[in-house]
Design a protein around this ligand. Structure first.
Ligand code: GLN
Length: 484
């Protein structure tokens, strides 16, 4: 691997600005390292598209600007990979689906635009579960991504390709999307950092919709600081997304090292059930000791509606998916079944042949949950229980809790194929992450240890728009991990 592999955004910035490395060489080395990972047997499978020479002119321009001592953005020259359900102008945007196999977006997601304005080079699009539906990356129409820590295991999902790319040291930063855990769970499985910002913090314009009321774009990085830098760049109101927030955007890097002295960390008992894997429990308790050692107070709390989270999440997410995915009709977007002879045959055959099994299952369930006579009983009830779950969190924060700690996932990365025949087992992978989406809260996964070499992640959940505290606490855990 190249000398640039595994370097953080901060290290690359120093090397580029100090003249030790040129953007052109970095870009070259990144492309070569990605090609090598793709050529490996078995392949990492993290990428669905890699930039050719389309970035060369931009790299040369950045090199000239660096040599001239111009003040550049915080990501100047940094290679970034983007999950393939986020629209980019270079390369296709497939969503991991046959139905969008050749789709090219005519516009760019706001988050991507902001990264590029900060100097980032979008070097690749990453593999994912089809339309973000999955927890293992095995639902990609283009084959699974693998976990670089152990290639027989899944990288998690749905942003598995982004997490694998960062964990393999191929890019220091990648974008994922998180509807029920898709940034945090793969980050946990691959041993990297994944941040889901508050709902509305980062524009969803250009994020292909799966479940609009739950999801958002978030960074996956090797370091907490790099995730904070990415959030700095991407956050803020966007007139193209009416749900993007006008909330003030602080400098998320400024107080990263402020520590947790005096903060109260909530430890929800529902996230530490009796049957929790003892290894995950032990790593989590150690992480809690680190926070305590840094001056935080720990307090046991209860979030009593947690047991309904998975059922509620899948009701709401599938209902919204069935509506959002109605646009793929073989006429307006993507693949059209050849030879279909009537309008309804075009719809039926294009959707039948274009979508994979999991997507169809969800459209069927979601359509049922929204149909006449059942709408109130399913989607309506789902939305009401969602309120209760959000209220659990509000109560905890009103009660003086600053940030909540939980394991990110009930397990470490599982074997490829292990859960494919059992969708419910697969859905349970989201049991600790989906609540933050239902409540719209910011949450991060940060490495807290390993079990037999397989990474374990800890999750910190904060109050709405308080990513700063979440990042601060994550920074303490990262420091303790590195100190060991
Ligand atoms: N694994 C969850 C699902 O399958 C979450 C996916 C996501 O966050 N995009 O829906």
């Amino acid at each position: 691997m190249s000398e640039t592999a595994g370097r953080t955004v901060g290290e690359l910035r120093t090397a580029l600005q100090g003249g030790d490395l040129s953007v052109t060489d970095l870009l070259q080395a990144t492309r070569a390292a990605i090609a090598a990972a793709d050529a490996d047997e078995p392949s990492l499978g993290a990428f669905l598209w890699v930039a050719g020479d389309e970035l060369d002119a931009r790299a040369a321009e950045l090199d000239r600007a660096l040599a001239a001592g111009e003040k550049l953005g915080p990501l100047a020259g940094v290679p970034v990979a983007v999950k393939d359900n986020i629209c980019t102008l270079d390369g296709p945007t497939t969503c991991g689906s046959r139905i969008l196999e050749d789709y090219r977006s005519p516009y760019e997601a706001t988050a991507v635009q902001r990264l590029r304005q900060a100097g980032a080079l979008i070097v690749a699009k990453t593999n994912l579960d089809e339309f973000g539906m999955g927890s293992s990356n095995e639902n990609s129409a283009f084959g699974p991504a693998r976990n670089p820590v152990d290639l027989t295991r899944v990288p998690g999902g749905s942003s598995g390709g982004s997490a694998a790319a960062v964990a393999a040291g191929l890019v220091p930063l990648a974008l994922g999307s998180d509807t029920g855990g898709s940034v945090r769970q793969p980050a946990s499985f691959c041993g990297v950092v994944g941040l889901k910002p508050t709902y509305g913090r980062v524009s969803r314009h250009g994020l292909v919709a799966f479940a609009s009321s739950l999801e958002g774009i978030g960074p996956i990085a090797g370091r907490v600081e790099d995730a904070a830098t990415a959030l700095n760049v991407m956050a803020g109101f966007d007139e193209n997304d009416s749900t993007s927030a006008r909330a003030l955007v602080p400098d998320f890097c400024a107080e990263l090292d402020a520590g947790v002295d005096g903060l109260t960390v909530g430890v929800p008992r529902e996230y530490f059930p009796d049957d929790l894997d003892p290894g995950i429990e032990a790593r989590s308790r150690t992480a809690l000791e680190w926070l305590e050692g840094a001056g935080a107070k720990l307090r046991e709390i209860s979030l009593p509606h947690t047991e309904y989270a998975i059922a509620t999440y899948y009701l709401v997410a599938n209902a919204e998916a069935s509506s959002n995915l109605a646009r793929y009709d073989g006429v307006r977007y993507g693949w059209r079944a050849p030879g279909a002879e009537s309008t309804s045959a075009v719809y039926r055959e294009s959707r039948g042949g274009g979508f994979g099994g999991e997507v169809k299952r969800r459209i069927a369930l979601g359509t049922y949950g929204l149909s006449a006579g059942y709408h109130e009983e399913y989607y309506g009830r789902g939305q009401r229980v969602r309120r209760l779950i959000a209220a659990d969190f509000e109560r905890a924060f009103d009660d003086g809790i600053d940030v909540i700690f939980t394991p990110t996932s009930p397990t470490v990365a599982f074997e490829l194929g292990e859960r494919l025949d059992d969708p419910v087992q697969m859905y349970l992978a989201d049991v600790f992450t989906a609540t933050a989406n239902l409540a719209g809260l910011p949450a991060i996964s940060v490495p807290i240890g390993a079990l037999d070499r397989l990474p374990v992640g800890g999750q910190l959940i904060g109050q709405r728009f308080d990513e700063a505290t979440v990042l601060r606490a994550a920074y303490v855990l990262e420091h303790q991990m590195n100190a060991r």
